[in-house]
Design a protein around this ligand. Structure first.
Ligand SMILES: [Zn+2]
Ligand SMILES: [Zn+2]
Length: 805
């Protein structure tokens, strides 16, 4: 039997992908209640044209585990969902269809999005996944905007409301004046911006009080002035009032320990709401709430002549006027850290508005505990979760004032504002279209209702992915099993631990009281070759398709398997090249072995009947199987890959194949048993190498399985072959014997190359100094050493180990 001369990934990979698809090799069996399930909470990407290299990197890592578990006999559930209810989808559809969401009703726009995604975008996008050999069951499918997801998301809202975990409150909420929507803490980030410290003058009777502020535009919302109770300078001001410059109204001067005597002049103004402390002061001292600007980001009525100006314009204008009125004492340039919206970089403001919140600030202790209830891979990533919990300052604001998304299943009584929830059987609903389920307000009897027009924040739906997947199997035999246990794995990148991972834990625990998964595997980022984040605007994006065309998918996956979990990595093209070489090496080594094994499956030989050097290889193989299995069990696919790679390149190709050659080239020098031993050792080892490599390089290993091993084995695909099992084998010192053989063969090669000799040239005599023990060890493999290194005579003498030619 012979393999074709060359392996061409570009021809074989698409052909194999088709074979897998047509034969439903990766289908999850929803009827099978016997086999253990291994379920993966696949990150749903936003369908936006092409898969980028970063996703290819992390998706491959997820797939290594899926393929390993399949070979371990699990009924693997690796679904494929997409996240299409956020802003990126809205913008994409508006651009593609040349329309604006505001001009359409929500339901029409949703339908258009779903149609476009499912019929135009998803098929080609899904192909990128398939082309990489990602073994998802693509028929287990959801989109976060489809009616299945809308129903589950709205049901989750209703459940949490009934559990008392949701409230709607008129309260200061973080708001992006540019995007004009409420946002949550997780959507903010710190940014250093240039600004000014302005020393401005408040009048108190005849006295000038100096207050330093970066935000003079908040003056119309000033409600008090504070100093620290221990600050002697200001004690005499207690109970007096100060006049706000330019706006000429009076505010009380009050004591509070939160005023820092070391900062500025020690006097500070409280405006509702400049920051978190302002909010605390307002509550503690029962101060009025004044709003200097509204949700449109423009100054309000109370700003007088500045009304209608944008925040920053008003700031400039107020400074100018204060300079003219000599109320500005001095201005100092500063750079300070402010909270900005991560999407647009605009400074976050606090605006009093009615928003929906999920209540969890009271649960910090539980949140911390929940983070310990599943395993983190790598474990240090848990710190990010803990730090996030530590720094939580707000309940989770889940309402957004944008047109596209999942509506709240809520109406309000026009008269008394009572919350009316949709009936669960009617879900999903759109309160703007559907009728309120009651005709009369249970509180006041009013018969008019106002639909909620806000939508549910996209993370509040994507944090339900385990439920979105499980509910797809309602009515199937596996349903009970799925619903009552956590999923096995959440693979995701580290940058969304505080978004997706944290929120999923919160939702799962609050709604179902189970942890969402048993394991979280956190991948790093793929950066450009210089270590910079890849982005379209920087023009440093490396095209996935180009790499697949150039090297093949296996080579890319090999690269992804070379990287440690959780670490960011500058794109290592050299690892892809090594991957390509490994594919070629695997083909050539297999070709050699297969050619020599002939058309029959070699007869299985018991371990104790093998020749000594064959036993040595089996011992090594057994170790690799053991270690690789442990590594995969611990999600250390990179360690597993390293072991197999090393075994294949060094032990198998560099040494064993060289050693075994003599039995094929000079069969007259060997007994029938010695040749049978070589045949079985080669078959078993080569097959196991393919199996061990197949989670990482599924294409080349499947190709060789289909061309060769399948003739003798029962499984339709290598994906169904049993993962090699560690064997109990008894051996004394054979491993050391083989290692000494390798040492001698390697020394002979070095000697010959240093002396410009051909490797085939015979060495008449080699002297080895060694102990008696070592002499015995060498003796049992002497024949193989002599045949491989072409040595006629080996002489032994006592002493420290040394080889002399
Ligand atoms: Zn924004
Ligand atoms: Zn009412």
């Amino acid at each position: 039997m012979e393999l074709p001369k060359k392996y061409k990934p570009n021809e074989s990979e698409p052909k194999l992908q088709k074979f897998w698809e047509e034969n439903k090799i990766f289908a999850f069996n929803s009827e099978d209640t016997d086999r253990e399930i291994y379920s993966i909470d696949t990150p749903p990407p936003t369908v936006s044209g092409k898969m980028h290299l970063g996703h290819a990197f992390s998706n491959s890592q997820q797939d290594f585990i899926a393929r390993y578990k399949r070979m371990k006999g699990f009924n693997v559930l690796q679904p494929f969902g997409t996240d299409d209810n956020g802003l990126p989808t809205k913008l994409l559809i508006e651009k593609l269809k040349k329309i604006r969401a505001v001009d359409m009703n929500r339901d029409e726009f949703r339908k258009l999005c779903l149609d476009t995604i499912n019929n135009e975008l998803k098929p080609s996008y899904t192909n990128d996944w398939k082309r990489l050999g990602i073994s998802c069951d693509f028929n287990v499918n959801y989109s976060t905007i489809d009616s299945h997801s809308r129903k589950i998301s709205q049901k989750s809202f209703i459940d949490l409301y009934k559990k008392g975990r949701e409230y709607r409150q008129e309260a200061p909420a973080m708001f992006c004046p540019k995007c004009r929507t409420a946002i949550s803490q997780v959507e903010c980030e710190d940014a250093d911006i240039k600004s000014h410290f302005n020393d401005i003058i408040f009048k108190c009777e005849d006295q000038d009080l100096i207050i330093a502020t970066t935000r003079p535009e908040l003056l119309p919302a000033c409600v008090a002035i504070f100093y620290h109770p221990n600050d002697e300078k200001y004690k005499k001001l207690k109970g007096k009032k100060a006049k706000v410059p330019l706006f000429d109204f009076e505010v009380p001067i009050l004591e509070d320990i939160r005023a820092d005597p070391e900062k500025g002049t020690g006097l500070v103004m409280c405006c509702t709401f400049g920051d978190q402390t302002d909010m605390e002061w307002q509550k503690a001292h029962k101060l009025p709430i004044k709003e200097a600007f509204g949700s449109d980001g423009k100054m309000t009525e109370i700003a007088g002549k500045y009304k209608g100006m944008k925040i920053l314009d008003a700031r400039k204008e107020i400074i100018k006027d204060m300079k003219e009125s000599k109320l500005l004492l001095k201005q100092e340039d500063i750079v300070h850290s402010v909270n900005v919206h991560e999407r647009c970089g605009t400074s976050v403001e606090y605006i009093n508005s009615k928003q929906w919140f999920i209540k969890y600030l009271d649960l910090k202790e539980d949140l911390r505990k929940w983070g310990q209830e599943f395993k983190w891979h790598p474990s240090f990533m848990k710190n990010r979760y803990d730090n996030w919990v530590e720094g939580l300052a707000w309940d989770w604001c889940i309402s957004r004032q944008i047109e596209f998304g999942i509506p709240f299943p809520v109406w309000y009584c026009k008269k008394c504002d009572e919350v009316i929830l949709a009936n669960e059987k009617d879900l999903p609903v759109d309160p703007e279209i559907d009728k309120c389920p009651v005709t009369e307000c249970p509180e006041c009897g009013c018969r008019e209702f106002i639909p909620e027009t806000d939508v549910i924040n996209t993370w509040a739906t994507s944090s339900l992915t385990p439920t979105l997947v499980k509910e797809l199997f309602k009515g199937k035999p596996v349903y009970e099993k799925l619903v009552n246990s956590p999923m096995d794995l959440r693979p995701q990148a580290h940058d969304i631990i505080t978004f997706w991972l944290f929120n999923t834990v919160v939702k799962s625990k609050l709604q179902f009281n189970i942890i969402p998964w048993k394991n979280a595997m956190i991948s790093g980022w793929m950066l450009d070759p210089k270590g910079k984040k890849m982005s379209k605007s920087k023009g440093n994006v490396i095209e996935l398709q180009m790499l697949v065309d150039k090297y093949g998918a296996d080579a890319l996956r090999y690269m992804a398997a070379s990287c440690t979990l959780g670490e960011d990595l500058a794109f290592p093209e050299k690892d892809v090249v090594t991957g390509q070489k490994t594919v070629t090496k695997l083909w050539n080594a297999s070709k050699f072995v297969i050619m020599n094994l002939g058309d029959k499956k070699p007869e299985q030989i018991a371990f104790n009947k093998l020749t000594n050097i064959d036993k040595w290889l089996m011992i090594k193989l057994n170790k690799i199987i053991k270690n690789t299995t442990i590594h995969f069990e611990n999600y250390h696919y990179f360690k597993a890959k390293h072991e197999v790679d090393n075994f294949f390149w060094n032990t198998f190709c560099d040494y064993y194949l060289e050693i075994v050659k003599d039995r094929f080239f000079n069969p007259d020098n060997y007994s029938k048993e010695e040749i049978a031993s070589a045949n079985w050792t080669l078959y078993k080892t080569l097959f196991d190498i393919h199996k061990l490599f197949s989670p990482i390089m599924p294409f080349i290993t499947e190709e060789i399985y289909q061309l060769y091993f399948k003739n003798f084995e029962d499984e339709k695909s290598i994906a169904f072959c049993n993962w090699p099992a560690e064997e109990k084998i008894e051996h004394e010192n054979l491993e050391s014997s083989g290692d000494l053989a390798v040492k001698m063969i390697s020394a002979a090669r070095k000697y010959k190359s240093e002396n410009q000799m051909s490797l085939k040239e015979e060495l008449a005599k080699v002297t080895i100094s060694c102990t008696n023990k070592e002499k015995e060890l060498i003796a049992v493999v002497e024949k193989d050493i002599k045949a491989t290194a072409k040595i006629t005579n080996i002489l032994f003498k006592g002493g420290d180990f040394e080889i002399k030619f």
